[in-house]
Structures are given as structure tokens and as C-alpha cells.
Design a protein around this ligand. Structure first.
Ligand code: SIN
Length: 468
């Protein structure tokens, strides 16, 4: 069985992707398991060279990869090019981390003992990624896994399988041994494939990026084999603008954070809290910028924002807007489906007078709707920001250094942008707290998610010199 794939802007067929099932996935797991013993013995330096070559090939093919991303995800071509560079940066970063991921020597409590640790690859890894970044979410996981010496089976997103397949082709061209990188694609069979990865005794680690609901399910399925897990799940990011913020910079940061990928990232601002003294000015300047957006097919010149991924996403956005309106919110800009452009378009929307009893306050919209919540005091806004079961990213704008520390410490999230709306960086640890999941991707911490720390005690050694 194969899957017909559609362009989100036009609804036209862009290709047909293979639909893998449990048997195919088990087969891919066996291939990854067979490749593991020799791959784990390669030197870290050799793995670094392969990753660096993969990085070079991505950048040489940036234009083609970007066209694939725009075709299957819908984002504007310039954003897709940016995504390719972002995605490739994980190969560059982890090519540098691989040779430095060593263990430690430890001073023992016990006289005559010597203790040290070995950092070993965890084994075959199952990687499950979403459609909003068809390249970057794959590379962020694969790069760290390969740097550690693991082999992988990556389940590509149902809606965007082609980018992952193109990346696999580049892995082969980079000379990465056969069997190390395996991609399985599925749309209808997503549940079956996810189950095969999480229930397999051979797969020792699962890394997942997606919704909190699916994360719960995958965690349950992984329980029987007690897998190592890292989950990057849903967010509901607060974006706070204090009275003392630089207005222009706060407006630009909010635009960048809220409307990146038409609002379809887990770290997009979801609730914009603006202090009363600056609220009117902020709302006016912010709305003015949003009116300047140019919606359309991501392949067209000058388009700043593309469609949503499918009509279910449009309906959720519509429901949040209607709910806010019903409860007293005022739509300043947008607020409607854009059926003239296609089934998957929704107007970029700004709503004022938001309240905490509205749906948008407690649910991630994952679309181009900016709801502006007024607030009075720092304490009030921290309480409102933390009134969420998830905690992925948070942002705030202030020039007061004392406040910067206080609020950064008080927000219950895994990542904070202060005076910036963009925090994604291969060098920075990415991940959440509460029901946004656990584990960190990218950064110097990312590789340890794919490693085991094995301890070795050497007994019967001579007494160490004091302090050595
Ligand atoms: C995500 O939406 O899950 C990832 C966003 C990013 O890496 O910036």
C-alpha cells in the first residue's frame, strides 16, 4: 500500500510515498541491529567525518531540499532554505561533539580502588518526528545518535516523508555504512509503526517529537521493555511584554515567535501577555505588522506565510478564534478561513481582550492566531504563565536586569528567550519540563541521550598519591 501526498497550498498530488507496516519496521530494526556491532567500533573521529560530509552535502543541495520541504509542508521557500541550514547545523555541531564525548576518571571512596566511566552507545534507536520541520527534527535526533555510535530507524512524518528520504540518500552519498540510517514512512500505519518501535526488544531508545497525548501513549508502550526515552512534546508558550520593554524590539520578537511557520512550531508564542501600560501601543504596532503579511503558495515570490498543514489544523484555529470572540475577545486583524486561497489557509489573526477562561489560554493553537492578554503585575503574569500543564518555551521582554533574573527563574519552562523571540540553536539545549516532556536535544547535553554511562572499578591498586 502506498500513500498519495498532497501539496498543502494547492491540494495537488506531489508524489506517492511508501506505506510501511509492522513487518517492514521489524525488518528495518533488524538491519539497524546488524549494522550496530561494527558501527559502534568505528572511531569517533571517523563518525565526525561522516557527519561533516553529510552537513556539506545538505548545504550543497540546500535549494533542492528546500523545494521538497515547501512541496510537502507548504512553508515559504525562504523559510525552507532556513530550515535546511538549521537542520544541517545539527550535523556540523555533533560532528564536533562526537570526538569529545568521553567518560571520566573518578577519585574512589575506597582505598586502593580506581573508578572510571565509559560512554557507550545505547544501541538501536527509534526516532519519531513531526511534519512541522521535515528536515530539522530528523537531523537533530540522527546527528546525536550517530555521533554516539548508535544506529537508527527513523519514522518519517506521515505528511512529509520525502525530505527524510532525501536525507537518507545524502547519508549514503556521505559514505555512512549501509544499515546505520534507516527510514520508514507511514501515514495510515503510523500507530502500528510506532508500536513496533516502542515494543521492540531490540530498540533500546526512543526519541519522539510530537504531541503530549501521543507521548503518553508511546511511553506506555515502551514500559514493557523499559526503554531509554526522550520526549519533546507540546507547548503553550507565554510571551510576556513588560511596560519597560523596548516596544519595537518586543513587537518584532513577538511576530517572529508567534508567526514562525504560520504558528506551527512547538515553541511558538501561544499566549501573549502584555502589561497594561504598554498594551494599546503594542497591540496597534503588532497588528500593523500582521496586516503586512503576504499569504499564499510558498513557491510564489514575496509570500511571507504559507498554508497550514491540513484542514483539521484550520478547523482547530477557527474554533479557538470563535471561542475567544464568544467570550468577549475582539478580533483586530484576520479571524477567518481564506477559502479563496485554498482549504488550508487561515488569516493571520490578532485578538485583544483575551481572558484565561478562553480555549487558547489552555490549549496550543498551532496556528496563526495571536491572542493578547492584558496583565497588571509581575506576580500576576508569572502565575498566569505558569498556569499550564506543559512547559516548553517562554519569552519575555524587559530592560530591568533584576526582573530578568527573577522572571527567568520563576517561569516553569525548559527554555527561555529574554528580549528575543527566537531561541533555536544547535548549541543550546532544547527540551521542556512538566508535560512538555524530558531529555535535551542539541547542545553538549544532546549526545548523552544516546549513551550509556558504564562504570568500571579497578580494585587492588596501590594507594593513590594524596589528591590524585
Ligand atoms: C518544534 O517545533 O518542535 C521545534 C522548533 C525548533 O526547533 O525551533
Amino acid at each position: 500500500m502506498n500513500q498519495i501526498q498532497l501539496h498543502p497550498a494547492t491540494g495537488k498530488i506531489i508524489g506517492i510515498s511508501p506505506e510501511f507496516n509492522k513487518a517492514d519496521t521489524d525488518n528495518a530494526i533488524s538491519v539497524a541491529a546488524a549494522a550496530f556491532p561494527s558501527f559502534r567500533q568505528t572511531t569517533a573521529r571517523q563518525r565526525a567525518r561522516w557527519l561533516h560530509k553529510w552537513y556539506d552535502l545538505m548545504m550543497e543541495n540546500q535549494e533542492d531540499l528546500a523545494r521538497i520541504i515547501t512541496a510537502e509542508n507548504g512553508k515559504p521557500l525562504t523559510d525552507s532554505k532556513g530550515e535546511v541550514a538549521y537542520a544541517a547545523s545539527f550535523f556540523e555541531w555533533f560532528s564536533e561533539e562526537a570526538p569529545r564525548a568521553s567518560g571520566d576518571t573518578i577519585l574512589s571512596f575506597v582505598p586502593g580502588n580506581r573508578v572510571f566511566t565509559l560512554k557507550e552507545p545505547v544501541g538501536v534507536c527509534g526516532l519519531i518526528t513531526p511534519w512541522n520541520f521535515p528536515a530539522a527534527m530528523v537531523t537533530r535526533k540522527v546527528a546525536a545518535a550517530l555521533a554516539a555510535g548508535c544506529t537508527v530507524v527513523a519514522k518519517s512524518p506521515g505528511e512529509t516523508p520525502f525530505t527524510a528520504l532525501a536525507l537518507a540518500e545524502l547519508a549514503q552519498r556521505a559514505g555512512i555504512p549501509k544499515g546505520v540510517v534507516n527510514v520508514v514512512s507511514a501515514m495510515q500505519n503510523t500507530v502500528e509503526v510506532g508500536q513496533a518501535l516502542t515494543e521492540s526488544e531490540t530498540v533500546r531508545k526512543v526519541s519522539f517529537t510530537g504531541s503530549t497525548g501521543v507521548g503518553r501513549l508511546l511511553m506506555k508502550q515502551s514500559a514493557a521493555t523499559l526503554k531509554k526515552l526522550s520526549f519533546e512534546l507540546g507547548g503553550n508558550a507565554p510571551f510576556i511584554v513588560f511596560d519597560d520593554a523596548d516596544l519595537e524590539s518586543a513587537v518584532n520578537g513577538a511576530i517572529a515567535s508567534k508567526f514562525r511557520s504560520s504558528g506551527q512550531t512547538c515553541v511558538c508564542a501561544n499566549r501573549l501577555f502584555v502589561q497594561k501600560g504598554i498594551y494599546e501601543k503594542f497591540a496597534a504596532a503588532f497588528a500593523e505588522k500582521v496586516r503586512g503579511f503576504h499569504m499564499g503558495n510558498g513557491f510564489e515570490e514575496g509570500v511571507t506565510h504559507g498554508p497550514l498543514i491540513h484542514d483539521r489544523a484550520v478547523n482547530k484555529v477557527d474554533a479557538h478564534v470563535r471561542d475567544a470572540e464568544k467570550k468577549g475577545g475582539k478580533v483586530l486583524v484576520g479571524g477567518q478561513k481564506m477559502s479563496k486561497l485554498g482549504d488550508n489557509f487561515f488569516e493571520p489573526t490578532v485578538i485583544t481582550g483575551m481572558r484565561m477562561n478562553m480555549q487558547l489560554a489552555s490549549e496550543e493553537t498551532f496556528g496563526p492566531v495571536a491572542g493578547l492578554f492584558p496583565f497588571e503585575t509581575e506576580k500576576d503574569v508569572v502565575d498566569m504563565a505558569n498556569a499550564a500543564e506543559v512547559g516548553l518555551a517562554g519569552y519575555f521582554y524587559s530592560k530591568d536586569l533584576q526582573r530578568v533574573y527573577r522572571v527567568a527563574e520563576a517561569l516553569e519552562v525548559g527554555m527561555i528567550g529574554v528580549n528575543t523571540g527566537l531561541i533555536s540553536d544547535p548549541a543550546a539545549p532544547f527540551g521542556g519540563v512538566k508535560q512538555s516532556g524530558f531529555g535535551r536535544e542539541g547542545s553538549k547535553y544532546g549526545i548523552s541521550e544516546y549513551q550509556i554511562t558504564k562504570m568500571v572499578t579497578l580494585g587492588g591498586m596501590s594507594q593513590p598519591l594524596q589528591g590524585s
